[in-house]
Design a protein around this ligand. Structure first.
Ligand SMILES: Cc1cc2nc3c(=O)[nH]c(=O)nc-3n(C[C@H](O)[C@H](O)[C@H](O)COP(=O)(O)OP(=O)(O)OC[C@H]3O[C@@H](n4cnc5c(N)ncnc54)[C@H](O)[C@@H]3O)c2cc1C
Length: 876
């Protein structure tokens, strides 16, 4: 019925035109089916999906063997589930037959992610395309993965809310595909990439089990960010069946500016000026001279003749705020040497300015029949150098490479038109492509900023990562999918596959003294642990947190203590040693006129990142995870130093490993240092509103739904036991009008500043809870109707101890009892009964009662991750 791996019948072979991948497929463990084997697979799929929703004819299967690259491979069957249960059943059928499962959205992928290189079942998710609900109060939408990005925007247009990530493929690409690729787009410079907009995922595991993963940000302490690691995992860890996305208030309006420059250096310097000045454009795009000339020839967008580079920039907000921002931007662009600046304030003018950028791909199509779309990222200050490298490569290989860039993110697409019938041109294109990847890595960048690794960039992973780093990513794959059935040979290159492909992973740089000390600390701790879990502690104020039943040997993770703080003001990043005190970091950033949106608290930066504590007052919904661009950690069997992430805001090369470490309590190994994203410091003010709880909540809620919400920094509603409440808000100045309209009055910090005191108060409560002296009840996602009642109850229950809440989202209640009373348990059950998540921290067991997934489900994955990361590379 089935042939063993390695004796592949023709169907596993590439179809005409696809690149040769034989060297990568050699290690495949999934089976290849012959005719009878395929017939049995199809019959079983039809039994669990539906006869008319399983395709088996060769012609039909051919139609599901491609994406937007030149990869073409034939699946054994194509199934179209309508429900998560059908998807799970199809995965179980594939497992029984020992074949691969490849989830597929709109197949607009540009790295070969959705092509079935190992045959098996293509799970076409496009019919699971319902918008399941929009919660305007909580500003979230529940969607099925097949829903098209644009359709979501259209369907929620009347709510005053918007879904921010906007890949250029938004008219066709699905949200499942966007999440699996962690897609970016022009607006991500202001709003962040897809990962920042995913709240929760429901998935089907490799075993065909349905699982709701803990909330991405507000997880119970010690629960790893399994949602975060799934975003960008390209269908290799689980099949996504439902997504809760975060929505943002719709912008009140946009103005667009176009500026022409003599060369890319001047244009990139202008980008840096705009960012350093604290302006927050919602898009900041760049076209190099080649692209400008090509689009002008084809689209006649009126772009300035002979410009060496063009910048397109958009600002958002109320008309007066926009006018102010546009005027400031125009001044900065001219100071940076712009040859010409145009400002568009109405839709027609804006369309005219965008016409050239939109025409970029069409213009390329006039040059040659095929286009190789490259996607790399460098730290933003290196963008000009990278564009110059691309120009030199274009000259060397006699190719008309045209570059467009999401300049604010340092993410560029050097695009190469070519003729696939011309072998010489194809070989020059491939050589140029490789040199572009090498150049970006040499400049400290990533081989992919938004299009993913897929199969196309699998081998290039060796340019960026060391053997230990590749092994750690492979260990993550093994924890989720030990039989390697989910989209095999994609996204992460195992050290074994690198060897088979003749690729030498990047050599690790020599460790610093602090790094050597951290390595040694873990080695010694493992010896001393004698079979127990060696778990790091930072400042030592909190005990190490083990999973139930684990016996722990705690050790100090940062023997070198406080370390270097390296601020890169131009790149808006800071590299900081894990042992650094948050106050020392804050002082350094203050001196540089910069800030973190989620400033660390506690005794060390490493400890804070490792905990990623629940902080209900962050109005933007951000947590520690959103500040982290890169982490250096110690992990693996040897152990080794591994550096995951780069000093760039976009990087989808392999799994998003920093997400796994943030909030892990060090269980995968200690954090040694971090690269954090900074923002120019902006002036803020403190506002307060008092009154009856229901009215205060209503005012605060209106504020969070207003277009000015992006300018809100922190907010807390503090209810009293007698039914009154106070709401406190810290906001940047553009929010002043909205705050006054919602009944808030400006106060000075002399009147008290509970928001400033809140993190320390929460941490003190957490320490008491961990010691079993108190309990903290946490709730997330309370429906607004219920909220007033539950908060009033919480205030009565807390009897004078603090209760903090952010409307529509998050509540923390500290009760002064080691063992929660019946009232506290009833409160938690009440939250769950109305669909919220609730959990409890007391006596060192913070995850007791996390909803909605039973702890056993995520615990199994989390402990598997602990094991596989500690074991390192598997024998295969
Ligand atoms: C013209 C054009 C412009 C583009 N512009 C951008 C851009 O600006 N920014 C950007 O980031 N990308 C861009 N892309 C690339 C592509 O559109 C994105 O990667 C997109 O997110 C893919 O979505 P899709 O639905 O087409 O997914 P597919 O291509 O079908 O799949 C992509 C990956 O996601 C996995 N996957 C799909 N659905 C699921 C699921 N339910 N569960 C688990 N895994 C799943 C697949 O296995 C595959 O690995 C562009 C592509 C084109 C052709």
């Amino acid at each position: 019925m089935a042939t063993a791996a390695g004796t592949a019948p023709p169907e596993r072979e590439r179809l005409t035109g696809a690149p040769d991948r034989a060297h990568l497929l050699a290690g495949l463990t999934v089976r290849t089916l012959d005719g009878p084997g395929r017939a049995a697979l199809v019959a079983d799929l039809r039994a669990v999906v539906a006869a008319d929703r399983v395709l088996s004819g060769r012609g039909e299967r051919l139609a599901y063997g491609y994406d937007a690259t030149s990869e073409r491979w034939l699946p054994d069957a194509v199934a179209f589930p309508l429900t998560a249960e059908e998807a799970a059943a199809a995965v179980r059928v594939a497992a029984r037959h020992g074949v691969a499962v490849v989830a597929r959205g709109a197949a607009s992928g540009l790295s070969g992610g959705a092509v079935p290189v190992a045959g098996g079942v293509v799970l076409a998710m496009t019919r699971m395309d319902r918008l399941l609900g929009v919660d305007t109060a909580r500003r979230t939408a529940d969607v099925e993965p097949g829903l098209v990005n644009r359709t979501l925007s259209d369907r929620i247009a009347g709510t005053g809310l918007a879904y921010a990530p906007d890949p250029a493929s938004y008219r066709v690409s699905t949200l499942g595909g966007n999440v699996a690729e962690n897609s970016g787009g022009p607006h991500c410079v202001l709003y962040g990439v897809t990962s920042q907009h995913v709240e929760r995922l429901e998935v089907v595991t490799a075993e065909g089990e349905r699982l709701v993963l803990p909330h991405a940000r507000d997880r119970a302490e010690g629960v790893p960010d399994l949602t975060g690691i799934l975003v960008g995992s390209e269908g290799t860890l689980a099949v996504i069946t439902r997504i809760t996305v975060r929505l943002v208030p719709q912008a009140a309006g946009q103005d667009t500016l176009l500026a022409a420059f003599a060369d890319p250096e001047a244009a990139c310097a202008a980008v840096s000026r705009v960012v350093a000045a604290g302006l927050l454009p919602s898009t900041l795009e760049l076209l190099d001279g080649t692209s400008t000339a090509m689009v002008e020839r084809s689209a006649h967008a009126g772009y300035p003749d002979g410009a060496g580079a063009v910048i397109l920039m958009e600002v958002e907000g109320e008309a007066s705020d926009r006018a102010h921002q546009a005027a400031a931007a125009e001044r900065l662009l001219r100071q940076a040497g712009a040859l010409e600046v145009r400002v568009a304030t109405d839709a027609a003018q804006r369309d005219a300015l965008w016409a050239g950028r939109r025409a970029h791909y069409g213009a390329m199509a006039r040059v040659a029949s095929h286009l190789w779309v490259q996607d790399v990222t460098v730290p933003r200050p290196r963008l000009a150098a990278m564009i110059r490298e691309v120009e030199a490569i274009a000259r060397r290989h006699r190719l008309p490479i045209a570059t467009v860039a999401h300049a604010g993110d340092g993410n560029l697409h050097p695009d190469i038109p070519y003729d696939p019938q011309d072998p010489d041109q194809v070989s020059r294109m491939r050589a140029a492509d490789r040199e572009i990847l090498e150049a970006c890595v040499a400049l400290g960048g990533s081989i992919t900023g938004e299009h993913g690794v897929g199969i196309d960039k699998l081998e290039a992973m060796a340019l960026m990562y060391t053997e230990a780093e590749l092994a750690a990513m492979t260990a993550v794959k093994r924890a989720f999918d030990p039989a390697e059935r989910l989209n095999p040979v994609k996204a992460v290159l195992s050290p074994g596959a690198a060897r088979r492909a003749g690729r030498t992973p990047r050599r690790p740089p020599p460790p610093s003294d602090a790094e050597r000390a951290a390595l040694e600390a873990l080695r010694q701790a493992r010896i001393a642990a004698a079979g127990r879990r060696a778990l790091p502690v930072g400042g030592g104020r909190r005990a190490a947190l083990a999973f139930p039943g684990q016996s722990v040997h705690p050790f100090v993770a940062d023997p070198a203590g406080e370390g270097a703080i390296r601020v890169d003001a131009e790149n808006l990043t800071v590299e900081v040693a894990a042992g650094t005190a948050p106050a020392a970091l804050a002082a350094a950033l203050d001196r540089a006129g910069l800030m973190l949106r989620t400033p660390p608290d506690g005794s060390t930066v490493g400890g804070y990142l490792a905990r990623d504590p629940f902080r209900p007052h962050r109005a933007t919904g951000l947590s520690a995870r959103d500040a982290v661009l890169a982490l250096t950690v110690v992990t693996g069997p040897t152990p080794d130093l591994c550096r995951f992430g780069r000093a760039t805001t976009k990087n989808v090369a392999g799994y998003d490993m920093p997400r796994l470490w943030v909030g892990s309590w060090g269980r995968f190994g200690p954090i040694v240092s971090a690269v954090l994203r900074l923002w120019p410091r902006r002036e803020t003010a403190l506002w307060r509103r008092s009154g009856a709880l229901a009215e205060v909540l209503d005012g605060a809620d209106r504020l969070l739904s207003a277009p000015a919400a992006a300018a809100l920094r922190e907010m807390a509603v503090v209810p009293d036991p007698d039914g009154a409440a106070q709401a406190w808000v810290r906001a940047e100045l553009p929010a002043a009008g909205a705050l006054a309209a919602a009944g808030f009055a400006r106060v000075t910090e002399r009147d008290g500043d509970p928001l400033a005191e809140l993190p320390a108060a929460l941490e003190a409560a957490e320490i008491r809870a961990a010691r079993g002296e108190a309990a903290i009840l946490y709730a997330h996602g309370l429906p607004p109707r219920i909220e007033t009642e539950r908060l009033a109850e919480a205030a009565r229950m807390a009897a004078g101890s603090p209760v903090w809440a952010l409307p529509g989202a998050r509540v923390a209640v500290c009760v002064d009892a080691a063992e929660p009373t019946g009232a506290a348990r009833a409160w938690l059950d009440g939250v769950r009964a109305v669909g919220g998540e609730a959990w409890l921290s007391s006596g060192g067991e913070p995850w007791r009662g996390i909803a909605p997934s039973p702890p056993s489900a995520w615990l199994r994955l989390a402990t598997a991750l602990e094991r596989t990361l500690a074991e390192g590379e598997a024998a295969s």
